[in-house]
Design a protein around this ligand. Structure first.
Ligand code: IMP
Length: 199
């Protein structure tokens, strides 16, 4: 018997609802490989330092977890929460601090771990906040960069993938809190019944 080949490029994924289609943009193996390379680059720049990884909840959590395991050496974590997106796929352009860091970053080598750089407003807000707190070094690693959407004048020191202007989910990224557990990074396409608010 000949088994049919699985077509994973465009289909309903576990957790998807009617009117929502996800298609793989970056498969898990590529993500894994790129995260390993990013970790090498960061460790090469700071071979002896304890790297204090600061992630923005919740989207960057899976990226931080994988990056931390690839970094080697001494690593510590902290988390903060900001609001930049509400329900849906549109941005309000407003950034609000919801949860601050637990420990001081003064004198530490801080690596801000971001899931995705879109308008850049969130990162700009964070960098201004962190610079005032006098870290020894302050660097930014982002997994995904939607470069064409940039409003704020910010850039990451380390970038995983530059992607087109499409709404992506998976590997920690959500749409209304769903899809974070997809192992691949996928584009979410909404049908007519679930049209996003304009970004
Ligand atoms: P920015 O302030 O516009 O750069 O937005 C950064 C935040 O918006 C990210 O940390 C994500 O939480 C969210 N975001 C931006 N684009 C997407 C996307 O395509 N999918 C899911 N979340 C996104």
């Amino acid at each position: 018997m000949v088994k049919s080949r699985k077509n994973t490029s465009r289909k309903s994924k576990p957790g998807s609802r009617s009117g929502e289609l996800v298609r793989v943009l970056i498969a898990r193996a590529r993500v894994k490989q790129r995260v390993r390379q990013l970790a090498r680059e960061i460790r090469r720049d700071f071979p002896k330092d304890t790297l204090h990884l600061v992630a923005v909840l919740k989207g960057a959590v899976l990226f931080l977890a994988d990056l931390a395991r690839e970094l080697g050496g001494e690593v510590s974590f902290d988390f903060m929460a900001v609001s930049s997106y509400g329900k849906g796929t549109s941005t309000t352009g407003e950034v609000k601090l919801i949860k601050d860091l637990d420990v001081s970053i003064e004198g530490r080598t801080v690596i801000v771990v971001e899931d995705i750089l879109d308008t850049g407003l969130t990162l700009k807000y964070l960098l201004r906040l962190f610079e005032e707190r006098k870290p020894k070094h302050l660097r930014v690693v982002v997994l995904l960069d939607k470069a064409e959407r940039r409003i704020a004048d910010v850039r990451a020191d380390y970038t995983g993938f530059t992607i087109p202007n499409e709404f992506v989910v998976g590997y920690g990224l959500d749409y209304d809190e769903r899809y974070r557990n997809l192992a691949d990074i996928c584009v979410l396409q909404l049908g007519q019944r679930a049209t996003p608010k304009s970004a």
